[in-house]
Design a protein around this ligand. Structure first.
Ligand code: HPA
Length: 270
């Protein structure tokens, strides 16, 4: 696996422009952010030897090297989900690649269902912790001690410092943000009302089908992580409604301006 990661990283290093230390992974329906980046170069996943190809609608499937608010970044426009049939090692392969091209800080975004009764569709929730309910883990198997520890500390999975920067930027620019715990599940079904209720009782504020494996791998490889959810539907007792992928994409787009502004304003302060 590492050989493959290094080969992909080499290809990107040979083709990239700028020297990003920060990467942003865009979730479903959140691809607009890619359009406000001053692009140096955009590399489609399909042009990268040995790189997986995304199958899900709502993702553009490119690496964008560019600059946002004066900061060099790389944007991953499209991720690989466990529910697409990729195994965990494949889901987190892009994170391993990011480490190998010199990324130190990772920003993850996703679309999620809100379970906290104070949440509304279109809210942006800064993730302060997670619950891994995938029933799987990207670190299972023999450990490569030179990459990371066998038993990974997860006491501060989501960087306190990066969260502080985000809240400061949100306050300065009057952006309404929520905060809470994200629970990661395999999907691809959305939740039953009983499941939403259970997840909320378990301590989660939002539920989604990504981010957790990526955070685990990023922490393992020594990167700092900041993540947020765009709340695209509500799984709140008495308010559970039909959810469709189309509605999720639409709601994500409605919330996009807040999340774009948040990322834009916090970048120079990271
Ligand atoms: N559940 C799981 N994943 C999701 C949801 C949801 O309600 N909304 C967007 N992604």
């Amino acid at each position: 696996m590492l050989e493959r990661v290094q080969k992909i990283a080499q290809f990107l290093n040979d083709n990239k422009q700028g020297n990003p230390k920060i990467a942003i992974v865009l979730g479903s329906g959140l691809g607009n952010l890619g359009q406000i980046v001053e692009k140096y170069v955009e590399i489609p996943y399909k042009d990268i030897p040995d790189y997986p190809v995304s199958t899900v609608q709502g993702h553009a499937s490119t690496f964008i090297f560019g600059k946002l608010n004066g900061v060099d970044i790389v944007v991953l426009n499209g991720r690989f989900h466990y529910y697409e049939g990729y195994d965990m090692k494949e889901v987190v392969l892009p994170i391993q690649v990011l480490k190998e091209i010199g990324i130190e800080k990772l920003i993850l975004s996703n679309a999620a269902g809100g379970m906290n009764p104070t949440f509304k569709v279109g809210d942006v929730m800064i993730i302060n912790d997670h619950i891994n309910l995938f029933g799987d883990n990207p670190l299972l198997g023999k450990n490569e001690d030179k990459l990371g520890p066998r038993f990974l500390d997860m006491s501060e999975a989501y960087s306190r410092a990066m969260r502080k920067t985000a809240f400061k930027a949100a306050k300065e620019h009057k952006l309404h943000v929520q905060e809470g715990v994200y629970i990661g599940v395999s999907g691809p079904c959305y939740e039953t009302p009983a499941e939403y209720r259970m997840f909320h009782i378990m301590g989660a504020d939002a539920v989604g089908m990504s981010t957790v494996p990526e955070t685990i791998m990023a922490r393992y490889r020594g990167m700092e992580v900041f993540a947020f959810s765009v709340i695209t539907d509500l799984g709140i007792v008495g308010q559970v409604e039909n959810v469709s992928h189309e509605e999720v994409l639409k709601a994500a787009q409605t919330a996009a301006p807040v999340m774009e502004k948040l990322v834009f304003e916090m970048l120079p302060q990271l």
